[in-house]
Design a protein around this ligand. Sequence first.
Ligand code: PLP
Length: 283
Amino acid sequence: RVVYCANEFVPEEKARIGLFDRGFLFGDAAYEVTAVLGGRMIDNDLHLARFARSLTELSIPLPMPLDRIVEIQRELIARNNLMEGAVYLQVSRGEADREFLYAADLTPTFVAFTQAKALRDTKAQRNGVAVDIAPDPRWARRDIKTAMLLGQVMAKREARARGFDDVWFVENGTVTEGASSTAFIIPDDRRIVTRANSHATLPGCTRRALMRLCEAQGLVVEERSFSLAEAQSAVEAFQTSASSFVTPVVRIGETLLGGGEPGPLTRKLQAYYLDAAGIREAM
Ligand code: PLP
């Protein structure tokens, strides 16, 4: 695989990051993941806008203009012949001797790479997933997409050990989001509910794209908090992310939804999203 590291395209074996990089020592970095289908990036404008915002919130300068970043993404996709998978971007604050405080003139470290993987017609998308429930272990600025992901790493591992596919986080009785996805519930056949954006969750790009599609289809999406109890009594639920699109949730904790089968409205939303991505797959 060819990756982009320290201002050049290199084979992955040749890529090196310094020991004192603050991304490595402090998780002092922001990242983004854009899905690739048929060699084309999906919702990349939304991902780049969020990337710029994350960096602004962290006071890390954008290492280059966004249109140059797009060129690098495209070149990685071309050089690696990537048809389906993801492009990952990360900018860390840069290298400096280990101190919490940092000088204003650090040079950010920019890396980018592709990951080939099947995104469509996966087992999770066909059959739905079972999500565990865990107290949200993360910090109070989850709207910034930082490389500080240990809460998610631990929670996903525990959920897997308990026999679940994934995990939804709960705080003060309400669902915040999935460990790496936005949570949605369908309390009855007509309404779709997802939490409003705030510092408590990452503003999902797939969430935003799907909400635009819903609006165009005349479907109501309510942006409000919902309790775990409401989620468990919903007729359908699903989660969204760049690399999993719309994935049905068929069990929340010990509670089965829709008899453990993906529901009809979730199926429609999966199809709308793939249609909009320009690629229609029989589901
Ligand atoms: N919430 C969290 C915590 C995430 O890590 C992600 C994606 O990885 C999402 C939500 C979904 O965001 P997006 O649809 O932009 O991928």
